[in-house]
Design a protein. Structure first.
Length: 265
């Protein structure tokens, strides 16, 4: 989605902040608050910062808010260098709770795992009137630590993600939007058990999302509500249902009047 704000054009590559994978559970919940800021007068470079909180059920219940699962801090920079092409670079920190796999499913020892992540995206975008299609390749390098910053047995991971996303604007004022996406994830992990080696690179999971977004004309906030189905594994596939909500604050560090914006999607 593109906005023209006086001489500024804001690039909207994504309209929502999708949930992270939270492992094996029956259901999960995700909430995120983000800030999207234009960094140049042409609006081709943007910063997107967000904090997110995830919760899950345990393996035998369906309450997605039952137990704390993750806190995410994320910083990403986007650059649109061509009519159809974008790329981004990002840093991310995640603190994920760990639980026993057997009843009563109490906190594991250690109770949390820390992750530092560096990743980049390369995106192709096609817009036709009220329809937008985005194809994304994302490459990640992940490192894992216990609460005392000691490396885990699975210490590093290379992960590749391929996503197709389609969005349709539902009204002429471009306030209401539906977005659907499908993403496949492939990875290889360095592990020290039973000896130090990299696992075979291969398919691990898929994520299917459906979002409804509201972008009020006289507000600098965008509200998104969604559902994600996380399909883990190739055989005996585990299906986890996510409820998701996020709020994005547009361009808070400069004068912003949505009533003066001409939308040029």
């Amino acid at each position: 989605m593109l906005f023209a704000l006086s001489a500024i054009t804001l690039l909207h590559v994504t309209a929502q902040i999708s949930p992270p994978g939270l492992g094996e559970a029956n259901s999960a919940a995700w909430f995120a608050f983000g800030v999207r800021q234009s960094l140049d007068s042409a609006g081709k470079i943007q910063s997107v910062s967000y904090i997110g909180i995830g919760r899950t059920s345990n393996p035998v219940t369906n309450n997605p808010f039952q137990r704390q699962a993750i806190i995410v801090l994320n910083q990403e920079f986007y650059h649109k260098f061509h009519k159809h092409w974008h790329y981004s670079l990002a840093l991310s920190y995640r603190n994920q709770n760990e639980y026993m796999e057997t009843t009563p499913y109490e906190a594991a020892s250690p109770p949390t795992k820390q992750e530092f992540r560096i990743y980049g995206r390369y995106m192709y975008e096609l817009k036709l009137r009220n329809f937008r299609f985005v194809a994304t390749y994302r490459q990640e390098f992940r490192s894992f630590f216990d609460p005392n910053f000691k490396q885990e047995d699975e210490s590093y991971q290379l992960r590749s993600r391929f996503r197709m996303q389609a969005a349709v604007t539902l009204d002429k004022n471009k306030v209401h939007r539906i977005t659907a996406s499908a993403e496949a994830l492939f990875s290889s992990t360095q592990t020290s058990t039973p000896e130090n080696h990299w696992t075979t690179f291969g398919y691990k999971e898929a994520r299917l999302c459906l979002y409804y977004s509201v972008d009020p004309k006289n507000s600098s906030f965008i509200y998104s509500f969604g559902y994600m189905n996380n399909l883990i594994g190739q055989t005996n596939v585990i299906s986890v249902s996510y409820l998701a909500m996020d709020i994005i604050w547009e361009n808070p560090f400069r004068h912003f009047k949505r009533e003066s914006i001409k939308r040029i999607e």
